[in-house]
Each structure stands twice: as structure tokens, then as C-alpha cells.
Design a protein around this ligand. Structure first.
Ligand code: NCD
Length: 338
């Protein structure tokens, strides 16, 4: 695909070669993300970061990625502080805000809303999550993480064995990740969820049409014994009619060190898009896994900055100029020391 000026709305836009390109650029961003060097390549550019749903990682890492490339960030969070509460349409909001920004990242509770916004926008729009539909930048950083974690174990994405666990019905990260895996070969996908929260059938079909082996189950322990990646997800409480309904499923698939030791192969990598629900009644990934070297959740979150820098550099067509605008970093920075 031609990245320059493109909207990033769905994983469906990418072919394998595009994903490789994003990953190569993400690799090249590491010295900047670790503050070994700084660049001003996007000096003067403005990111409109519009988050109409709760977000910590996605919002802050998109902002930090833009800052690390030298650009400025303008942020709107929540409907309360936006004219959408006054009845303004997505079309009008997009026409106006795209005049104030060079690129826009948007999260919104409705499926399809970010694409609708992008149609009216005069600048590229990146989907930061539209309802239960898609979360393309998360899937890219997830796959980037999988590739990195597996590489040290001598395995690759082709032939990957992955279990996705939890609320697969509403989880947009796993929807996008499944779509992304469709461009790779010979993947074994185990989908572990309560029956009511199963992966949408259309996505299961896409995986099967890609030639992948898909197992659908509601049993955790038998599902995690022959996999490379255990990808846990949160019960998406905000997509249920009531908290009580969500509570019925909370805590169904807990993973802790004892279960890991008993059932997983010793090198199984544990991932989660975060936030993990650490409340006692949920406790998706127990804190006793924090010392497990295969718990990749924080490396995964760190990788979000690299992948998001890559998306900005590609969409704004500055990949070749990043290093030209670089210089040494003067301040003490702990990240650089590690
Ligand atoms: C995810 C999301 O918002 O879809 N979080 C994230 O962006 N890292 C997953 C979640 O909220 O459970």
C-alpha cells in the first residue's frame, strides 16, 4: 500500500509486505524511543489525539510517539469536553478538527465511527479503537511483540501457535489480531472463551479461509499446553448491558504461576493488551507472574511506541528524514542506561 497520507482504519488494508515495512521502520525507531538520540523531523506538525473512550496506553503512547518525532499533540478526551455533546455530527467535527491537525488519532465507542470520521477528514486518521470492531495499531504492536519474543526462541510467525483467552466477542484487539494473522501461514489458533463471549463467526471463517487451524473451546487448562503465546484479554465490561452481566464472566480464565507451571510449555509467552483487570474477582493475570521472564505485557506496551512512531513516519512520509534531523540527547535518562 501507499502509506503517504493514508488513513489507518482496519487491518484489512495491509498485505504482508506492508506489515514487514511497518516492522522495519519500528525497529529503526528504537534509538529514539530509548532516548539514545532525538529527532525533530516532525517539528511544527500537530497530532489531534481524540479519545472518546477511556484510554491510557493507546492515547499516551500515540502522543509520546508523536512527541518523540518532534511534533506537538493536542488532545480531546471524553464526550463531556467536546461539542459532540451539543449535537455536533462526526462529519462537522472532522471537517473542523482536520483543519487544526496534520494527522488525527481517534477512539470512539461506536463500530465504524472512525471510518465515518475519516471520510470527512482532510488529514490522515488513525483508528485508536472503534467500539468492539477494530484496533489496528494494537494488533500491529501485538504482532511486532510476538515476532520479537519468538525470534529469541528460534520460531517465527508462520507456524505460530496462539491461544486467545477471555472476551473474544467484544475484544477489538483480538478481532484485529486474528485478521492480521490471516496474511501469515499455518497458524494454530485456540479461541478460549465462555460460549456467550465467543469470537464472531465471521472472523473464525476468515482464519479458516486463510488455512489456519482453529479450535474453539471454553476450557483454559487444556488449551494452553501446546502454544507459543497465551494472549489474555479483559472482560469488556463497558460493552455489556449491565455490570452484573459482565460480572458473570469475570474471573473465569485466571492465569497464575501455578497454572502456568503445570500446564504451559516452559517458554510460553504471556501477553495482554492491558489494562489487565487485577481486582480480586477478576485477576486475569495474577501478580505472581510478574517475575516470570515470559510475561511480555510491559515489553508489549513499550513496543506500542515504536509501532506508533512507525505509523506516523510512514503516513507523514518522513521515514528517510528521521535520522537527518537527529542529535544526541543531553539529559540523564534511565531508559538509555538499560
Ligand atoms: C484495549 C482496548 O482498548 O481495546 N486496550 C488497549 O488499547 N491497550 C483492551 C482493553 O481495554 O481491554
Amino acid at each position: 500500500m501507499n502509506f503517504t497520507g493514508a488513513h489507518i482504519l482496519s487491518i484489512k488494508q495491509f498485505e504482508r509486505v506492508d506489515i514487514q515495512r511497518i516492522f522495519d521502520v519500528a525497529d529503526a525507531m528504537e534509538p529514539y524511543a530509548l532516548r539514545r538520540k532525538m529527532t525533530r523531523v516532525l517539528e511544527g506538525a500537530i497530532l489531534g489525539n481524540m479519545f472518546f473512550e477511556p484510554s491510557t496506553r493507546t492515547r499516551v503512547s500515540f502522543g509520546a510517539a508523536f512527541n518523540l518525532l518532534g511534533g506537538n499533540v493536542r488532545e480531546t478526551t471524553g464526550f463531556e469536553s467536546s461539542s459532540i455533546t451539543k449535537g455536533e455530527s462526526l462529519y462537522d467535527t472532522a471537517r473542523v478538527l482536520s483543519g487544526y491537525s496534520d494527522v488525527i488519532c481517534m477512539r470512539h465507542p461506536q463500530s465504524g465511527s472512525v471510518a465515518e470520521f475519516a471520510e470527512a477528514s482532510r488529514v490522515p486518521v488513525i483508528n485508536g479503537g472503534d467500539g468492539a470492531n477494530e484496533h489496528p495499531s494494537q494488533a500491529l504492536l501485538d504482532l511486532y511483540t510476538i515476532r520479537k519474543e519468538l525470534r529469541s526462541k528460534g520460531r517465527s510467525i508462520d507456524g505460530l501457535r496462539i491461544a486467545m483467552i477471555g472476551d473474544l466477542k467484544h475484544g477489538r484487539t483480538v478481532h484485529s489480531l486474528c485478521k492480521l494473522l490471516c496474511v501469515f501461514n499455518n497458524v494454530q489458533v485456540v479461541l478460549v472463551s465462555p460460549k456467550e463471549l465467543a469470537m464472531p463467526e465471521s472472523i473464525v471463517e476468515e482464519l479458516r479461509n486463510a488455512g489456519h487451524a482453529v479450535t474453539v473451546t471454553d476450557d483454559l487448562t487444556t488449551s494452553i499446553s501446546h502454544i507459543d503465546i497465551a494472549y489474555s484479554t479483559r472482560i469488556q465490561e463497558e460493552r455489556f448491558n449491565s455490570k452484573d452481566e459482565a460480572d458473570m464472566y469475570r474471573g473465569r480464565f485466571r492465569l497464575n504461576q501455578a497454572i502456568y507451571t503445570q500446564y504451559c510449555e516452559p517458554n510460553t509467552v504471556i501477553m495482554h493488551p492491558l489494562p489487565r483487570d487485577s481486582r480480586a474477582d477478576a485477576n486475569e493475570l495474577d501478580n505472581d507472574l510478574n517475575q516470570n521472564p515470559n510475561l511480555a505485557i510491559f515489553r508489549q506496551a513499550d513496543n506500542g511506541v515504536l509501532v506508533r512512531m512507525a505509523l506516523f513516519a510512514l503516513v507523514l512520509d518522513v521515514v528517510a528524514d528521521v535520522d537527518k534531523h537527529s542529535r544526541e540527547v543531553a539529559w540523564y535518562n534511565s531508559l538509555r542506561q538499560n
